[in-house]
Design a protein around this ligand. Structure first.
Ligand code: SF4
Ligand code: SF4
Length: 193
């Protein structure tokens, strides 16, 4: 889908919306997102992170991680934010405001767009945003900047997932994988400083 790059000159439409993007939408995560989530110092952050069946997600855009299923067998999963029974993100707070706004995942920052196969802007498939976004140049640049960063983050996360998936393990627990990601990030970010 081609995105029209002009935007209405009205107020930010998100301020008058009921955060439709924070409901029913799977927010997949990368290592960089996990690092930011830990920065929020939320109590028991693990409760906010889920692993769901990877079927239907493009592995080039959402890297897969091997974890142990309930039946004891290995399966491919993706990591995402937990949603409650009403399918709402567990970080959505009063007044439809994000409680971790400064540290929200990259996918939240670029919604309602996502990376297409060629690395450009594309509307997410299950489009629930009530706005027909028309971005001015500044806003488009801001989205493109986030998308460029996201490409790097997805690449980095894929390297980490490959390292984890290549390990010989009998049980692959989600919390163990998250710790593995944190260690990996600490080591590589430390080396890059
Ligand atoms: S991106 Fe769309 S759905 Fe999300 S808060 Fe803004 S207007 Fe609402
Ligand atoms: S992290 Fe914040 S912006 Fe992202 S879906 Fe949850 S409440 Fe919405």
């Amino acid at each position: 889908m081609k995105v029209n790059l002009e935007r209405p000159k009205t107020q930010n439409p998100c301020q008058i919306c009921t955060a439709k993007c924070c409901r029913n939408y799977t927010v997949s995560l990368t290592a960089a997102d996990l690092e930011k989530l830990f920065r929020t110092k939320t109590d028991d952050i693990y409760k906010h992170i889920a692993a769901i069946d990877a079927t239907g997600f493009d592995p080039k855009l959402v890297p897969r991680v091997k974890l142990t299923k309930e039946n004891g067998k290995e399966g491919d999963f993706i990591l995402c934010l937990v949603r409650d029974r009403k399918e709402t993100c567990s970080f959505l707070g009063k007044g439809n405001l994000c409680t971790i706004y400064e540290n929200r995942p990259r996918n939240c920052r670029i919604y309602p767009f996502r990376l297409d196969e060629k690395g450009g802007l594309k509307y997410v498939e299950k489009y629930r945003c009530p706005v027909d976004w028309k971005l001015n140049t500044k806003a488009a640049k801001s989205f493109e900047k986030d998308i460029t960063i996201q490409k790097k983050e997805v690449h980095e996360y894929k390297v980490i997932c490959d390292a984890w998936n290549g390990k010989t393990k009998e049980h692959r627990e989600l919390n163990e994988f998250i710790e593995f990601v944190r260690q990996f990030k600490q080591n590589t970010d430390g080396h890059n400083k």
